[in-house]
Design a binder for this molecule. Structure first.
Ligand code: B12
Length: 450
């Protein structure tokens, strides 16, 4: 089938050089792959360039624009990659001034003005990207981008008559309309497809839940996806798992995103389908401690769930309250106990350096982590990201001593980033190297082998 014009290049920028953000796992840019798939479904010719994986300099993007001659370039952007995103937009416009530049992702969705202050960026997509960029591409194909029709595209921001126009987003009601992410356009060989939490590989990522009704002070995700939880249908989830197995030899899945277990009946149905179709994959998911039960965990284990990643955040009730996390330490203890009973491994993440936090709160976190003794545990230093209520507080009260573009490194009377780094190192050492933990880990391994 002949592809429609405009030809579109989608780009994922790298993280800044020497930043602490490059250290985490190298996973495929799922959001960009969804956007690519939606554009392909509408008939457009799409290329994807993941520079987080390739790590090329600006001249490489220039050569790509010269070679492929795209008429539209879409760039993914979060608050960490903001600067790289703007640099890439400049390279595109310098190489081809008539090419339209569209940016999307978390940062542009919360702070569209910070993107549109750069003349090289023509459009910002707010939130969910699939529908809005496809509508923009259709308008470009019909040469109607500069017409009144642009006003009707939901979920975009752009400059008009010297002002910024923002069209409110409209979420996709039936997520099954969204095609599978176009993983075939990604350099799959460059990603980390082995996970410590699973005994099988290759492992691939899927995102099956969009939106979150909770109001954690440190997270702004509901502004991206809305506060209503939307789910891909259980059949669609099982179909995509099957597609991954046949097309990418996938044996493990990481269901990324918030609250995999938010809808009990949906989880039970997904598990039933995975079992009935005998798909034989192992998987990990992220969820909250107050969203699991014995019945659910049993079904999940039978369907291949091996590890659950819980955001516990703090061992201090005072700080949990400040974070508006709406969980209790008893609920954490209970969730850990239930997972152990069902033989599901537990990974926990905690945060250090919340505004108002004292050293005694952080020590309570370490003590609590040792008490519940998860199989994996991370103590992350809190860096305030735009869009959340806690970020607004940090900025208003000036509770930071370093700012990387929009990311605020929190400081209080008790700590700054350097002190937090030392506390973090000590916590990781104390948690992972205690003799009791090493013996317990060995015991678990032996029991597991039997
Ligand atoms: C999985 C994940 C990761 C993984 C993998 C990231 C990856 N390669 O995609 C890892 C662990 C590596 C990671 C690392 C980090 N992450 Co992260 N991560 C997530 C998580 C949980 C899911 C992302 C995802 O796959 N979503 C599903 C896809 C479908 O959604 P999406 O990517 O947002 O894409 C949609 C829209 O944003 C939009 N869109 C996206 N790109 C584009 C491009 C165009 C052109 C258009 C039109 C639209 C568009 O359309 C897409 C489809 O609808 C989100 C939280 C969440 N629940 O979304 C945080 C999140 C994206 N991460 C975040 C952060 C802060 C980080 C780190 C800085 C954390 C750290 N301490 O190191 C690093 C940065 C790494 C980097 N290179 O940028 C923040 C970003 C906040 C912000 N203001 O920018 C989020 C929102 C979490 C949060 N609530 O704070 N992360």
């Amino acid at each position: 089938m002949r592809k429609m014009s405009p030809k579109i290049l989608l780009v994922n920028p790298d993280v800044p050089a020497n930043s602490p953000w490059g250290l985490s796992k190298m996973l495929p840019p799922l959001g960009l792959a969804y956007v690519a798939a939606a554009l392909e479904k509408a008939g457009f010719e799409v290329e994807v360039f993941d520079n987080y994986a390739f790590k090329k300099d600006a001249s490489y993007l220039k050569s790509l624009v010269e070679k492929h001659q795209p008429e539209m370039v879409g760039i993914s952007c979060n608050s960490v990659t903001y600067r790289q995103c703007v640099e890439m937009a400049k390279v595109v416009k310098e190489t081809n001034p008539s090419c339209k530049v569209v940016v999307g992702g978390p940062h542009p969705s919360y702070m569209p003005e910070t993107m549109l202050q750069h003349p090289e960026i023509d459009y910002v997509v707010l939130g969910e990207g699939e529908r809005a960029i496809t509508e923009l591409a259709v308008l470009a194909a019909e040469k109607k981008l500069e017409s009144k029709a642009t006003r009707k595209v939901a979920g975009i921001a752009y400059r008009h008559d010297g002002k910024i126009v923002k069209n409110a987003p409209k979420f996709i009601e039936n997520l099954d309309e969204v095609p599978y992410p176009a993983r075939k356009l990604l350099p799959m060989h460059l990603y980390d497809r082995k996970f410590a939490f699973l005994g099988v590989d290759p492992v691939d990522t899927m995102n099956v839940v969009r939106g979150c009704p909770y109001k954690c002070a440190f997270c702004e995700n509901r502004r991206l996806w809305g506060d209503m939880c939307r789910l891909f249908s259980p059949a669609r989830v099982a179909d995509e798992v099957e597609h991954l197995i046949t097309s990418f030899q996938t044996r493990g899945i990481y269901f990324v995103g918030d609250n995999f277990t938010i809808n009990r009946n949906w989880v039970l149905k997904v598990c039933e389908l995975l079992r009935k179709r005998d798909l034989n994959v192992e998987w990990i998911c992220d969820t909250r401690v107050d969203l699991v039960s014995k019945e659910l965990l049993r079904a999940m284990k039978q369907a291949g769930c091996r590890t659950i990643w819980f955001g516990v955040e703090s061992g201090s009730p005072r700080i949990l309250n400040k974070l508006n996390k709406n969980i209790t330490l008893d609920q954490v203890v209970n969730a850990v106990k239930l997972c152990r009973e069902e033989d599901i491994k537990i990974a926990c993440s905690f945060m250090l350096g919340i505004p108002g936090e004292k050293l005694e709160d952080m020590e309570a976190t370490l003590k609590f982590a040792k008490q519940i003794n998860p199989d994996w545990c991370r103590f992350n230093i809190y860096i305030a990201c735009p869009g959340s209520t806690l970020y607004d507080e940090v900025i208003q009260k000036g509770l930071y001593d370093r700012m990387d573009d929009f990311l605020a490194y929190v400081k209080t009377e008790d700590f700054n980033y350097e002190i937090l780094l030392k506390i973090q190192q000590r916590f990781h050492k104390e948690f992972h190297c205690s003799p009791k933990r090493i013996i317990n880990q060995l015991k678990r391994k032996i029991i597991h082998r039997k």
